[in-house]
Design a protein around this ligand. Sequence first.
Ligand code: ADP
Ligand code: MG
Length: 300
Amino acid sequence: ATPTAVMVATGKGASQGVLIKGGNALEKAHKVKTVVFDKTGTLTFGKPTVVSSVLFSGIPIEEFCAMATAAEANSEHPIAKAVIEHAKKLCPKIGSNGEHHTEAKDFEVHAGAGVSAKVDDRIVLVGNKRLMRAFSVTLERDVERYIAENEQLARTCVLVAIDERVTGAFAVTDPVKPEANRVVSFLRSMGITSIMVTGDNWATAAAIAKEVGIEHVFAETDPLEKADRIKDLQGKGVTVAMVGDGINDSPALVAADVGMAIGAGTDVAIEAADIVLIKSSLEDVVTAIDLSRRTISRIR
Ligand code: ADP
Ligand code: MG
């Protein structure tokens, strides 16, 4: 495209809340055959809330909540915020310097899995099955059942292990954006395939994918694996757009032919992307590709 055409299209995009960082992205977007969507914060609002909790052992609920809260207090993950909020509701004394306020030591983030910390000299793990596996924590049958029941309902289970034993869990929901299904159908009508990638587990991912009408899913991926899935597609000659919001999406946003960041996403994702969807609406994935198609076809 000529510099003038690029300038006009970029200006038009900006007025519609689609920030295109350069001519290259605009040139490539018209060729996109596959759009890879991150799940959390992209297809969903990324504002998870806890909808149920369960205790598996005889642990007092105050102690359970205090341990989980102390471990999650240092995490930036939205799930951590949901867990803490719920724990405070269950046990209002927590966090107000009440008797159950405890500080964590040796806090560690395990990407795509959860957190670990030492609380009152006990090892506390808060996260998914993958985290439990990494620490050789075995899952009892009642734990497995709780996980299966909730994953079928598109909920993510957050397990809390204390000293290698799962003592309880939280079930988290993160509703899908209302436009997600419509956008996936519209992309299909444009000849574009939609794919989901997520660090979340397969069952929850499949349930969400079904809700939005996506047939192809890659779950339980870490940030580099998300990028690898994109490179695989490119290896087959497919031009790929990636839509994401998180730090964990940035390698994939860079690897994609066209990286699109959700405006409400993290600064790291916005930096890594070629296009920023300022309004955070998935509709603007279509706006961006459409704008590119119109610009390129006008010049040819
Ligand atoms: P996504 O790719 O869907 O944005 P993430 O890679 O951020 O997801 O996280 C993947 C999974 O790891 C989450 O669904 C959750 O099960 C687990 N997880 C990550 N961080 C935490 C945390 N702080 N507390 C509990 N679980 C966590
Ligand atoms: Mg995300």
